[in-house]
Write a protein that binds this ligand. Structure first.
Ligand code: NAD
Ligand code: TYD
Length: 352
């Protein structure tokens, strides 16, 4: 197929797998999924496209310079979507070093491999090559009650995770300014949707509630996150890779701010309606307030005007429909989450 070839790092993770499914099933790109398969990876998340002609999986570590060079030499990509990372704030509190290794060192190794590849391209290919670094709004730190994160908001990360992501953003911009590598950066708010590893709030709450286990809310539940359906993020990333201006940053978000308590209550009410076995007092009776996360950012909220106005992307899903579809997906896909609960992560508290 005469499609552009794109390396997607971290394509066996939550968002990366959504990117792979989107690009492969719509025949938008020839996808090379580069993933080392950490605890967070799951090849069943890419099973729907795994046998397509325009999909290839390569098990490799972004920290391994030789392996990365080989991937670029073998597949001669027209672009890179870099999502591979350690992604969970609570795990970064328990142990920061892995986050520095993967998110900072790994990104620098990948940037170097991309630079070597880009320098060897003929002019026409070099002019269209692009490296998209997929980042987070958490680099901006915490908002108060008002205001939104804009692309010009100063970086002020709070957790080892967000500090490591901020560092990788700075590296990507440095590789652009210093070496001319065609780089673009996206900073997205909290994602939710199918195939989400159950260490994160929404899938943790869905699965705990299904098992009538306590639903842990950190602090008083008033912290606000701005939720984006994962498939909207995947589309935004392709839009940014295709049409984003070099050296620019784009915030990605769908204007769906909710307090954590609101999110958990919504999941509980949906489950009250959708499952037969509801605990006495409803699923909300399982809510349990627990010790707050250290350094817990109060509020994230994205201004996505630049992406909407300049590149024409807009979130299609709103939280009310997206969360219902997500709960439904977990109810129908026990075969996806059961092995994770039994073999990888059973819902224990992390990051205290
Ligand atoms: P995830 O933890 O679900 O998946 C990460 C993937 O990266 C896994 O498949 C893992 O095996 C792979 N990986 C980790 N280290 C690797 C290495 N050294 N070499 C190769 N592969 C490696 O993460 P996610 O939630 O899908 O997030 C993807 C990206 O998007 C991350 O960069 C994250 O910072 C960013 N992001 C996430 C969110 C969110 O809400 N989840 C929001 C904004 C941005
Ligand atoms: P999380 O899904 O870990 O994403 P992030 O920390 O990247 O925003 O957490 C989302 C919010 O939910 C955050 O404010 C912490 C809170 N939270 C809980 O209240 N209870 C939990 O069990 C978890 C995992 C998170």
């Amino acid at each position: 197929m005469n499609l552009p070839t794109v390396i997607v790092t971290g394509g066996a993770g939550f968002i990366g797998s959504a990117v792979c499914r989107y690009l492969v099933s719509n025949q938008i790109a020839n996808v090379i999924n580069v993933d080392v398969l950490t605890y967070a990876a799951n090849l069943t998340s890419v099973e729907p496209v795994a046998h397509a002609d325009n999909y290839t999986f390569v098990k490799a570590d972004i920290c391994d310079a030789e392996a990365m060079q080989q991937v670029f030499e073998k597949y001669q990509p027209d672009g890179v979507m870099h999502l591979a990372a350690e992604s969970h704030v609570d795990r970064s509190i328990t142990g920061a070093q892995k986050f520095i290794e993967t998110n900072v060192l790994g990104t620098s190794v990948l940037l170097d491999a991309a630079l070597k590849h880009w320098r060897g391209l003929d002019k026409e290919k070099a002019d269209t090559f692009k490296f998209l670094l997929v980042s987070t709004d958490e680099v901006y730190g915490s908002l108060g009650a008002d205001g939104l994160f804009e692309e010009v908001t100063p970086y002020d990360p709070s957790s080892p995770y967000s500090a490591s992501k901020a560092a990788s953003d700075h590296l990507a911009i440095a590789w652009h300014r210093t070496y001319g590598l065609p780089v673009v950066i996206s900073n997205c708010s909290n994602n939710y949707g199918p195939y989400h590893f159950p260490e994160k709030l929404i899938p943790l709450i869905i699965l705990n509630a299904l098992h009538h286990k306590p639903l842990p809310i950190y602090g008083d539940g008033s912290n606000v996150r701005d939720w984006l359906f994962v498939d909207d993020h995947a589309k935004a990333l392709w839009t940014i890779l295709k049409t984003g201006e070099l050296g620019e940053k784009y915030n990605v978000g769908g204007r769906n701010e909710r307090t954590n308590l609101e999110v958990v209550q919504t999941v509980c009410r949906l489950l009250d309606d959708m499952v037969d076995s509801t605990p006495e007092g409803g699923h909300e009776s399982l809510i349990t307030y627990v010790t707050d996360r250290p350094g817990h950012d109060a509020r994230y909220a994205i201004d996505a005007t630049k992406l909407e106005n300049e590149l024409g992307w807009k979130a299609e899903e709103n939280f009310d429909t997206g969360i219902k579809a997500t709960v439904q997906w977990y109810l129908e896909n026990e075969s996806w989450w059961r092995p994770i609960l039994e073999q990888k992560y059973a819902g224990e508290r992390l990051g205290l």
